[in-house]
Design a protein around this ligand. Structure first.
Ligand SMILES: [Fe+2]
Ligand SMILES: [Fe+2]
Length: 240
């Protein structure tokens, strides 16, 4: 595809998987703010569009990017399997570890850095609680529904399919993604971009590194759902 000023950021990310790391590097929101034109998003971050496109070219050629898959070219069920294995499993492992690290840091540094650590603890606990429920809904309601629609399409049993309109749960999931995106932004603000204060210990650093990985992973996760899986599900349902 040719990328232009007007191309929505989410479309750039889904058609050019190598661009994801560049978007991430410049802090451009490509999951919840994915409908914004690329040119405007670059301008907001002070990145010339030419520079952005050159960086994407470089990313495309790097070794890691050759492994980046084109998720538009796989079935919905394959994409769901990838989301579960890579992103849901990651969150399930990482949430308890980060909670533990955060508690340690609050105990050791709460007296001196309570003004950022205490609200950080609240926002993180809220994010974790919401996402645990959110993943339950995806795993037990939305993803099985999408798999059912895909099966009906493949087996030609469209007439028998009597599920709820897939748009209803999708709309709820998108709102919850936005809420997670807001929590991530708030965590970044509270920590001044995850800057470990002078005198911060190794646990402090490990926590902030963990939060930054969580942020990048969640952006990619939400992007795959909002910009690849959900449009795929709506198209499948319409074609029945
Ligand atoms: Fe998910
Ligand atoms: Fe989700």
């Amino acid at each position: 595809m040719s990328i232009q000023y007007e191309t929505p950021v989410g479309e750039v990310a889904s058609t050019l998987p190598a661009s994801v790391r560049v978007l991430e590097r410049y802090g451009i929101d490509y999951c919840c703010g994915g409908s914004k034109p690329l040119g405007a998003a670059c301008q907001e971050k002070g990145v010339p569009l030419d520079q952005f496109l050159a960086d994407v070219e470089t990313a495309k050629q790097s070794a890691g990017a050759s492994r980046a898959r084109d998720w538009n070219a796989v079935s919905a069920s394959e994409l769901i399997a990838h989301i579960l294995e890579k992103h849901h499993a990651y969150l399930r492992n990482e949430f308890p570890r980060l909670t533990q690290l955060l508690e340690k840091v609050v105990t050791a540094h709460g007296a001196t850095h309570g003004e950022s650590l205490l609200p950080l603890r609240d926002v993180y606990a809220g994010l974790r609680g919401e996402l645990e429920q959110h993943m339950w809904k995806e795993e037990n309601i939305l993803f099985p529904l999408i798999q059912q629609i895909e099966r009906a399409k493949v087996t030609g049993g469209a007439g028998q399919f009597r599920g709820m309109p897939v748009n209803n749960p999708i709309r709820v999931m998108e709102l919850e993604h936005e809420s997670a995106g807001n929590a991530l932004r708030e965590m970044r603000r509270l920590t001044e971009g995850y800057t470990v204060p002078a005198g911060g210990c190794a646990t402090y650093r490990a926590l902030f590194e963990g939060f930054q990985t969580l942020e990048a992973d969640l952006h990619e996760h939400i992007h795959l759902e909002n910009n690849n899986l959900f449009p795929k599900a709506v198209a499948l349902e319409e074609s029945l």
